[in-house]
Design a protein around this ligand. Structure first.
Ligand code: T4K
Length: 368
């Protein structure tokens, strides 16, 4: 039986990568903001339609160090329906996550529930564009303005998306992307902080913090970390970026075939296209309502697994139920997120997934 995993990294042809890394073998310049790193920053700024971009070793460090650089304090409003990284980045900065529920339509932060959670200690909102579903950026901006809060978007899933023709990373004070192997665009491991706003000295501060806080050989201004993207990562990014439009078109075809097979099925909910959003087809989440569909998410997960198909329960468990946070802070009341986490399954999705493979997956789910 052919094994199908939830995703499969996009890669260039070997020759293309070898060509790209030849100059690294000539220069012996391997890391610390080299030529490939700088070229990738320039190319990505253009592709993502954003003014400022800084590359990082991974998406998590981008978020963790962005929070540090922005000097957030006290409480941060966020959602628990996300990957461990979002909440960990807040907690590892010594801040308190305040969990807001998500909305049942697109699973992003419920903007109607944010204001009730704001206290005098709140310094920021960190919403997640989960699965590539865009948050209600306009409502969030209005709330942030009214209460003088910063907004950082976890845009790990949202590479290349646009809203009303604007790059997604232009919203809020700043956004982070993940360029992990499992993402629409990868640099093996990697990530970025992007922003349009003219945050006072943010670029310089981040540039220092990702390199031990070193501003020059004799001036160490911040308690920094090491989160630099190396030249081999950047070379992979330069190659993958050349093929991104073709990759997206292939993902689109896969998503459209899933939609044809799974829409209108009683007890199955698939994601609806969002108005004014240029999507990136990052994930294919399906909600299984056991009563109406006749089978639970967990039953389908197991059924696929015995057929060598490895779908994933992203994002179960919720971060506010994690063992490591027990007794640390108020876990909040997030019933919509809790319900979703028990019913959602993300189906295999990647550019090279064949249509006959999609059919096999759907046949198993639909009991055909
Ligand atoms: N914020 C959000 C909302 C995120 O989802 C993430 C990461 C982050 C922040 C942090 O960004 P990074 O620091 O990771 O850049 C995976 C990814 O490791 C993680 O990047 C991603 N989110 C998360 C949703 O998924 P796992 O633990 O599920 O990965 P793993 O190893 O089980 O891989 C899943 C599948 O991907 C495998 O079954 C096959 C495929 N795969 C995996 C690897 C490692 C490949 O095809 N190639 C590979 O090299 O977390």
């Amino acid at each position: 039986m052919e094994k199908i995993l939830v995703t499969r990294s996009s890669m260039p042809e070997l020759d293309e990568y070898v060509d790209e890394i030849k100059s690294i073998f000539e220069s012996h310049w391997l890391t610390n903001m080299g030529e490939k790193h700088n070229r990738l920053e320039e190319e990505l700024a253009e592709y993502l339609k954003v003014r400022n971009i800084l590359l990082f070793s991974n998406g998590h460090m981008a978020l963790e160090l962005l929070i540090q650089a922005m000097g957030l304090t006290g409480e941060v409003i966020t959602t628990p329906f996300t990957f461990a990284s979002t909440t960990h980045a807040i907690v590892r900065n010594g801040l308190t996550p305040v969990f807001c529920d998500v909305n049942p339509e697109d699973y992003t932060i419920d903007v109607n529930k944010i204001e009730a959670l704001i206290t005098e200690k709140t310094s920021a909102i960190i919403p997640v564009h989960v699965y590539g579903h865009l948050c209600d950026v306009e409502a969030i901006e209005a709330i942030a303005k009214k209460h003088n809060l910063k907004v950082i978007y976890d845009a790990a899933h949202t590479f290349g998306e646009e809203y009303k023709g604007r790059g997604v990373a232009t919203f809020g004070n700043a956004s982070i992307f993940s360029f992990h192997a499992t993402k629409v665009f990868n640099t093996i491991e990697g990530g970025a902080v992007c922003f349009n706003s003219s945050e006072n000295g943010l670029r310089e501060k981040l540039f220092g913090i990702k390199n031990f806080g070193i501003w020059d050989e004799e001036l160490i201004k911040d308690v920094g970390a090491n989160a630099k993207m190396n030249e081999f990562q950047a070379a992979m990014g330069l190659c993958n970026l050349r093929h991104i439009d073709r990759e997206l078109a292939k993902r689109k075809a896969v998503v459209e075939h899933y939609n044809e097979r799974l829409s209108g099925v009683n007890g199955l909910k698939i994601s609806a296209p969002q108005k004014d959003v240029k999507p990136n087809y990052a994930y294919y989440p399906v909600i299984f309502e056991p009563e109406e569909f006749g089978k639970s998410r967990d039953e389908i997960y197991e059924l696929l697994k015995v057929n060598e198909i490895y779908a994933r329960k992203y994002f179960y468990p919720l971060t506010n139920t994690f063992e490591c946070y027990k007794g640390m802070f108020d876990m909040g009341d997030t019933p919509v997120a809790l319900d979703l986490s028990k019913k959602v399954l993300t189906l295999p999705l990647y550019a090279d997934l064949r249509i006959d493979q999609v059919d096999r997956i759907c046949d198993i789910i639909l009991g055909r």
